[in-house]
Design a protein around this ligand. Structure first.
Ligand code: PHE
Length: 338
């Protein structure tokens, strides 16, 4: 019996297995009820009395060794499986990448196009005084834009208000910089409008201003034609219709050929073949003078467009409230749109 125990002890110490199943088979072979070691325990009762103590010790040692060895082998496979499944380079919870907001995509595209013509970006405050938003820009005192119905006033007398257009940034630039001036003014603007699918009480604009010697209306047309073709495609045509703004003279509104119907007329362009995209004109000399620029030496053009409007044309979004509702299902669609 002693020899048998010693032989098994050696055997057990040298056990190997190549997977967990084999470990389990070894456990059955040695330690299950009918296993070899258990068998020795049942043979124990036949051991002579004076041998019992020593054989008992040996048997216990064998059993413990076998148990330890098999546990150790099982643990090794468990850990290995764990190690295979564990990717230490992974972050604890997946980080979702955000996508650019459609209005940012369009705004950046507008800036990109005009920056190729030498325009740089100027920014200004959203809370303004009357002079920068209206006064400097030749708005007469009784102009409706100065009314509470059209503009959000924060304080009255002296007036503090939310800018209604980013032309206010142009007032800042003209009073603080000397020509030549060539700036783009992107930003959020506020108007006291009832909110619907077509209008919101805030929206975004990119306006442009170019002041130098001998700037002409032809320069304005050429810059805008370039913009339209870059933004909406090489075949895009433009049309300028006479219009009125207090700060430009002459003033115009610009349409582009409807790219949905190719100019033939459809619901989108109200069967005219044209869609309006921006306002523009030659800076009124009174505005230049108000901002300290000599109108006999310098002339300039200005234009302004709504980013939502351009985004609607590009993405055909029917309800402009979607742009400010932060619904990820909507926002995610524009990820690689441009
Ligand atoms: N400021 C005008 C608007 O908000 C747009 C515009 C800018 C028109 C410059 C002409 C020249 O509607």
């Amino acid at each position: 019996m002693k020899y048998r125990i010693q032989a098994l002890l050696q055997e057990v110490q040298n056990l190997t297995a190549s997977n967990k199943e084999e470990v389990e088979q070894l456990r059955l072979k040695y330690l299950s009820k009918k296993g070899e070691i258990s068998q020795l325990f049942s043979d124990f009762r036949n051991v002579a009395g004076d041998e019992k103590r020593i054989v008992g010790q040996m048997l216990n040692e064998l059993k413990n060794t076998a148990q330890d060895k098999l546990n150790e082998m099982k643990d090794a496979f468990d850990n290995q499986a764990g190690a295979d499944a564990l990717d230490l380079s992974r972050s604890q919870s997946p980080i979702e990448f955000g996508t650019r907001h459609p209005l940012s995509i369009v705004k950046n595209e507008i800036i990109d196009i005009f920056s190729r013509l030498g325009f740089t970006v100027a920014e200004g405050p959203e809370i303004e005084d009357d002079w920068h938003v209206f006064g400097a820009l030749n708005f007469p005192p009784e102009h409706p834009a100065r009314d509470m119905q059209d503009t959000f006033f924060i304080e009255k007398n002296p007036d503090v208000l939310l800018r209604t257009h980013t032309s206010s940034v142009q007032s800042h630039v003209m009073t603080t910089q000397k020509p030549p001036i060539r700036v783009l003014c992107p930003g959020r603007v506020y108007r006291n409008e009832a909110i619907s699918y077509r209008a919101h009480c805030f929206f975004h604009q990119v306006e442009g201003l170019y002041i130098d010697k001998n700037v002409s209306f032809a320069d304005l047309k050429q810059a805008l034609l370039y913009f339209a073709k870059e933004m909406f495609g090489e075949n895009t045509q433009i049309r300028l219709r006479p219009s009125y703004f207090p700060f430009t003279e002459p003033s115009a509104e610009m349409d582009i050929s409807c790219d949905l119907c190719g100019g033939k007329g459809c619901n989108f362009c109200k069967h005219t073949g044209w869609v309006e995209i921006l306002g523009c004109g030659m800076v009124d000399p009174a505005v230049l003078e108000a901002c300290g620029i000599d109108s006999k030496v310098y002339s300039g053009y200005a234009f302004g467009m709504g980013v939502e409007r351009i985004a609607n044309l590009k993405f055909r979004c029917k309800d402009l409230r979607m742009f400010s509702e932060n619904d990820l299902r909507f926002l995610k669609q524009f990820d690689s749109a441009m």
